[in-house]
Design a protein around this ligand. Structure first.
Ligand code: AVJ
Length: 336
């Protein structure tokens, strides 16, 4: 199942779109969404990478998800960080350069920066450029000594980091929110291996959602206010806005079951009836019940995640878990 392709799937239709391979790999390319949605609708099962949720609308909807009573990860991780910030800062050490993968709003990094001794530089990487620059400006205002270097990029692809800050002693990754869960097991291992190279001599502080009562997991992705449904459906709204597609949003249902065997929530958009959709001069057929798979959100056991990190070359050290055992934050060290 390729719901999080690291590279666009080659597709017979790709020649119809601008060639984007010559672009710097870290740039978010306009043609990506069109190309990947075309490929995703053509393959079986239909799927698209969840990174395409995060246009301006989608990022705003995600911020609303984080405030939902059912969506425990954000508030649990934030509380864990506030309670343990000193221990986390102790693990990271003084004069660090922090690289955040998928820096959305900056609430969590603020907690960390507040506890760290002389943080030298902060490099937030996010696919949503607008979100990123607003948050970066706010951080600069509050941390005048900090060198803030936002990078608008897709961190699931190769990207370049600035040369290490002159006064920094180590580079440390920060990957909160359990975004690692969007990757399949092989992709997660690949991502951890690549970051282990970038962060050698430092480490990674990473938030990881835990396996738990399926009813709690289900509720977190099926909120009664319908915000997660709107977030999922925004993928189609985005295709209508940006690509001139004609998805009828009322004819697709949000479907987000927990799959215990895979330890993951899956998000799908299910066609409510037989219908045709136009996109970039192509017509796609949906039978009633056909689905577009939009996201996987993998859950881990503490031991399972530590084993994965170790396999990727990290040395798992401290781990913090809230009293209800909903969520975990791991310090993974990297020898020089
Ligand atoms: C940002 C990927 C961690 O998987 O919980 C929230 C995204 N999707 N509700 C998650 C999401 C539906 C979120 N991550």
């Amino acid at each position: 199942m390729t719901t999080q392709p690291l590279r666009a799937t080659p597709d017979a239709r790709a020649h119809l779109l601008p060639v984007t391979d010559a672009q710097p790999p870290h740039q978010v390319i306009d043609g990506d969404f069109a190309r990947e949605l075309l490929a995703g609708l053509a393959r079986r099962p239909r799927s698209i990478a969840p990174k395409f949720f995060y246009d301006r609308e989608g990022s705003a909807l995600f911020d609303r998800i984080c405030e939902l009573p059912e969506y425990y990860p954000t508030r649990t991780e934030l509380a864990l960080m506030k309670a343990q910030a000193d221990e986390m800062a102790e693990c990271i050490g003084p004069d660090a350069e922090i690289v955040e993968f998928g820096a959305g709003s900056s609430r969590k990094i603020r907690v960390l920066l507040g506890a760290l001794q002389r943080p030298r530089r902060f490099v937030p990487i996010d696919i949503s450029a607008e979100h990123l620059h607003v948050a970066a400006d706010a951080l600069r205002a509050d941390h005048p000594g900090l060198d803030v270097r936002p990078i608008a990029a897709d961190f699931t692809r190769p990207f370049d980091l600035p040369a290490p800050h002159a006064a920094s002693r180590r580079r440390v990754g920060f990957f909160p929110g359990s975004s690692i869960g969007n990757f399949g097991p092989d992709e997660a291992l690949g991502f951890l291996r690549r970051t282990a190279v970038l962060l050698r001599g430092g480490g990674l502080l990473i938030g990881v959602d835990l396996v738990k009562d399926p009813a709690l997991l289900h509720a977190a992705y099926n909120d009664t206010a319908g915000v997660t449904a709107a977030f999922n459906l925004n993928l189609l709204a985005r295709a209508n806005r940006e690509l001139g597609a004609n998805f009828d949003l009322a004819q697709f249902a949000h479907y987000a079951p927990y799959r215990p065997a895979e330890q993951r929530i899956e998000m799908h958009l299910v066609s409510r009836r037989a219908q045709q959709v136009r996109l970039c001069g192509h017509v796609f057929e949906f039978a009633e019940g056909d689905t577009l798979h939009t996201e996987n959100s993998h859950k881990f056991s503490v031991a399972g995640f530590r084993a994965l990190a170790e396999q990727a070359g990290y040395t798992p050290r401290a781990v913090w878990v809230d009293p209800q055992r909903l969520f975990s934050v791991h310090w993974l060290a990297l020898p020089a």
